[in-house]
Design a protein around this ligand. Structure first.
Ligand code: THU
Length: 160
């Protein structure tokens, strides 16, 4: 018998102003995208902004549906849009912000498991790490240097 320890290192920023300038702008794009979320059922708005290697910024927000599972998270709206519009262009960074309409969330809110799995596919496909920054509605921001830090023991094509 053997125990395996998995370590994750995250960086924590106290405020958006502490981010590198380009990343600060990316988070501002995510905040703008969040405002256009279609979230009449959860009242929980999420915005995501991707910085691509060609300098383009692609955004997404959650799109809900009366048949609940038919909706989609902000992160996947954004990465699928990037994959559709800029195939083969690397994703460098993802900025995510999420908050309820009923109260402002002030702790960093990480992407859900399904979004992590989807981001993992893109990271493996481009064979280069994607930096992920996540925030609540405002306040502290957490950063992982790679999706792998958020989803150890990922399921991938090597198992197929
Ligand atoms: N949501 C996202 O957009 N991203 C996540 O990573 C977690 C959840 C959305 C889905 C749904 O519209 C609402 O937030 C509440 O779960």
């Amino acid at each position: 018998m053997q125990e395996i320890k998995i370590t994750t290192i995250l960086t924590c920023y106290d405020h958006i102003n502490e981010l590198p300038q380009q990343t600060q702008k990316l988070m501002e794009h995510a905040v703008e995208a969040r405002k256009n979320a279609y979230a009449p059922y959860s009242n929980f708005r999420v915005g995501a902004a991707l910085l691509l290697a060609n300098g383009e910024v692609v955004t997404g927000n959650n799109q809900e549906n009366a048949a609940y599972p038919s909706g989609l998270c902000a992160e996947r709206v954004a990465i699928f849009h990037a994959g559709a519009k800029y195939p083969g262009v690397q994703i460098k960074q993802i900025a995510i912000t999420a908050t309820s309409d009923l109260h402002v969330n002030k702790t960093p809110i990480p992407p859900c498991g399904a979004c992590r799995q989807s981001i993992a596919e893109y990271e493996m496909r481009q064979d280069e790490a994607i930096e992920i920054y996540f925030m609540g509605g405002e306040g502290k921001i957490m950063k992982s240097n790679s999706l792998k830090d958020l989803l150890p023991l990922v399921f991938d094509k090597t198992y197929l």
